[in-house]
Design a protein around this ligand. Structure first.
Ligand code: BGC
Length: 407
């Protein structure tokens, strides 16, 4: 499919559409929610063309008009990262609305960390006539159960950000290259150790929750960068205890490890909220800024402020407007009974549970420090409204912001 000329791709898409329409027509069950309708050329979006002003989504208005049924979005929680409230929900909303959907055409819910709540929200979406579900699961097992149930009822499913191991083989996945995210964290830690002149680095590795497939990929990425340093004795790895995405648990874990190994002078953690928990412990211990490297991910407000304050080296910024548009575009193709184009679906991801490749869309992540914060998160925030300079530079950070050229 990837290398087919456009005309053949269009014919294939038309056949797929006809087949989908036929199967819809032959189904007498009211539970078959996926639908399609014909008419007009199918717009082809290119994953490399998404911008912070959502212009590409506007080219999908005819596709959106062809589709039927609601798009349900299931987000996991509000405590493991600020991203779900600060970025994902508003950016997905903007992406759907730019394509011309009204608020009754999609529903974004957050399960607040409860698997049963997410299951109920999925059921409610199905009852409400959803034809597509986007799911960022709390854990991969409960995610697979939700997806199988949705698929059995005729919905199309998309894994959002976290791969749902064991989901239906014909689903789609949208994310960042999460091993690459981990590598950026490992490389960021090394640069920071050098920049802050940390002697004899004794590093505690604090992973994310092992039930999140992403956490494994992040660890794979940063360990691949750091292992050679541990192996040649440049750095010492103090330990890598079982991971968590729960910041209070991360804080307790750090404190226990620090008491047991007072020589710890650097932490690798793949998330700003866990980093903030470690930083709170560092501040309690009166450890001065720019002496104890920590890392993070998500470019949450707290993470950005900890970077400006010299407690966090950097954060992986995953431009959410890219991920949200990719996800919304995928959803609009599926909702209209169309095959998403290969200019959008730029990769595949192995699902080891089902032993198959899942069609995927990856968008690129960036490592953000004080040096490029203004040109990345802040610049984008001026367009998307997600991060305002006023919020960022509050709480005594005005001079740090000025030094970083943020105004
Ligand atoms: C996401 C991260 C997030 C973490 C905790 C991961 O799956 O990719 O962005 O920080 O979950 O919510």
């Amino acid at each position: 499919m990837h290398h087919l000329p456009k005309q053949i791709a269009a014919v294939t898409a038309a056949l797929a559409l006809a087949a989908a329409a036929a199967s819809c027509g032959s189904s007498s069950s009211s539970s078959s929610n996926a639908s399609s309708s014909g008419g007009g050329a199918v717009p082809q979006v290119d994953v490399t063309k998404f911008t912070a002003d959502y212009a590409v989504m506007k080219t999908l208005q005819s596709l959106a008009a062809q589709g039927k049924g609601k798009i349900g979005v299931l987000l996991p929680d509000t405590t493991t990262s600020t991203r779900y409230v600060q970025y994902d929900a508003p950016n997905l909303t903007k992406a759907f609305e730019a394509a011309g959907l009204s608020s009754s055409d999609f529903k974004i819910t957050n399960a607040q960390g409860s698997v049963s709540t997410m299951q109920q929200q999925a059921e409610a979406d199905i009852t409400d006539g959803a034809s597509v579900l986007l799911i960022d699961p709390i854990d991969t097992g409960s995610g697979a159960a939700i997806e199988k149930n949705a698929e059995a009822k005729g919905l199309k499913v998309i894994d959002y950000d976290r791969l749902v191991l064991g989901g239906p083989a014909d689903r789609y996945y949208v994310s960042f290259n999460n091993v690459q995210v981990g590598k950026l964290i490992g490389q960021g830690e090394i640069s920071c150790i050098n920049a802050w002149g940390v002697k004899n680095p004794n590093i505690l590795i604090m992973d994310g929750d092992p039930t999140d497939n992403n956490a494994k990929l992040f660890a794979q990425g940063y360990n691949s960068v750091l292992d050679p340093k541990f192996a040649d004795g440049t750095y010492k790895k103090v330990g890598e205890p079982t991971g968590t995405w729960d910041p209070p648990t991360a804080q307790t874990l750090f404190e226990q490890q620090y008491t047991a190994h007072p020589n710890i002078n650097a932490v690798v953690t793949p998330n700003d909220s866990n980093a903030a928990a470690v930083i709170a412990a560092l501040k309690n211990k009166k450890i001065p800024p720019k002496t104890f490297p920590t890392t993070g991910q998500d470019a949450g407000l707290e993470g950005l402020q900890n970077i400006l304050a010299g407690y966090q080296c950097g954060t992986v910024y995953k431009p959410y407007y890219l991920e949200a548009q990719a996800a919304a575009a995928l959803a609009l193709y599926l909702r209209a009974g169309q095959t998403p184009p290969s200019t959008l679906v730029n990769s595949t991801t192995k699902d080891s549970t089902i032993g198959a490749d899942v069609k995927s869309v990856y968008t690129p992540p960036t490592w953000v420090t004080v040096d490029n914060m203004n040109d990345t998160v802040v610049k984008d925030g001026k367009v998307t409204g997600d991060v305002t300079v006023k919020q960022l530079c509050s709480g005594g950070l005005q001079s740090a912001c000025s030094a970083a050229g943020i105004q």
